[in-house]
Design a protein around this ligand. Sequence first.
Ligand code: ADP
Ligand code: MG
Length: 443
Amino acid sequence: MQETSVNAWNTFLQFIQKSISETEFENWFSQINLVEHTDDRYVLKVPNIFVQQYLLENYKKELASFLPLDEKKQPCIEFVIEEPKAQEKKTPTTPLIQEVKKEQKLRLNPLYTFDHFIEGPSNQFVKSAAFGVAQAPGKSFNPLFIHGGVGLGKTHLMHAIGHTVLEKHKKLKIECITTEAFINDLVNSLKNKSVDKIKRHYRSLDVLLVDDIQFLQNRINFEEEFCNMFEALINQNKQIVITSDKPPSHLKLSERMTQRMEWGLVANIGVPDLETRVAIIQHKSELKGCNISEQIAFYIAERIHQNVRQIEGAINRLCAFAHIMHHPITLDMVMSTLKELLEQVTPKLVSIDSIIDSVCTTFEISKSQIKGSSRQKEIAKARQIAMYLAKEMLEGSLNQIASHFGGKTHSTLLHAWKKICQEIQKDETLKRQIEMVQKNLSQ
Ligand code: ADP
Ligand code: MG
């Protein structure tokens, strides 16, 4: 080991320690160990993938300024994930230690709990379903199938179920895996000739949480194995929770598999509305020991709307900047720090007329019909969708927006918005129609 390299990593740590809260440093950085290094290679040992992601997503710039860079100007870091210590000790262990090991082995993100999940109309239904499953595994919705776009909290909810089961049902055997990890497990067991052992392991579980099932598409052999295991578990009332970026019927999987996944509850997690996004921003910034005013929270929430992970990235950046500069977060600071991000995610200006136009085109109705008072089913639905989108996407008072619909009132608008918010969670066709209107808007 060379002294200079040690100093580079240590200097980075010292710098970070000064720029973030003690709790954050303790939670994340104290778990990272430099295990090996040369002048142009740093090997960091991390307890799980989340710590690695956290470091790279939030401190890439700082890493790049302290550590050597490769030819692509990326910091020369390699990560190794710490092996769970479960089999290392042969001496009897106390229950407490066993539990810690169970947590470690499950590799749940410590922050992905129900307490840290902010509810709103777009996710209330799926959150209650997840909560119900966690309280009584195998006794309510089985399987629970959660689907939705990227960065909307699917993995968060799945880990929240994991945490609750570990806490409330200590005796239950639980496994939380990504689909990739499941496939890797099978591949390795084939190599080691231990397929039966791995099959027995999965079939002996009480709760199985499988993240990102879309990766099972086009993996026919594994799909069949998964399906057999799935049936074996469900037949014994063992709980299964699956997440996916699409609903079962849109996945390229066998009919048998699709049907099985639809046996229980299929729930959609949608894009959070403005108020929920503001609440998420405030909650996340408090967690980081950083104060973001309501005005600034609204400013960010109005501009980043499709992906909570992006919102979180923005907060991380702001909070780090505020800590480093010892400066409260102001609107000017937000505009300069998040300039690039906001430019990327802010869509073209949307107006009430463009929303109405796009709805009329998508549903093939006229403007006068949408602004009129016909209760004919198709027209009324299109009108509600336009009202829903107008409330979601536009600033301005509800009365002001409602007046564009042939002088309707804010309560009609609110009613339409609520109705669509609820329906969108259950009705896949409606969800696609709305996506189509939005797509037409951005063209
Ligand atoms: P997905 O698995 O759907 O791609 P994740 O579960 O990884 O998304 O969520 C992305 C990030 O957004 C996580 O840090 C998660 O904590 C956060 N997040 C998403 N939805 C919420 C919510 N409703 N409340 C709090 N945090 C959320
Ligand atoms: Mg995920």
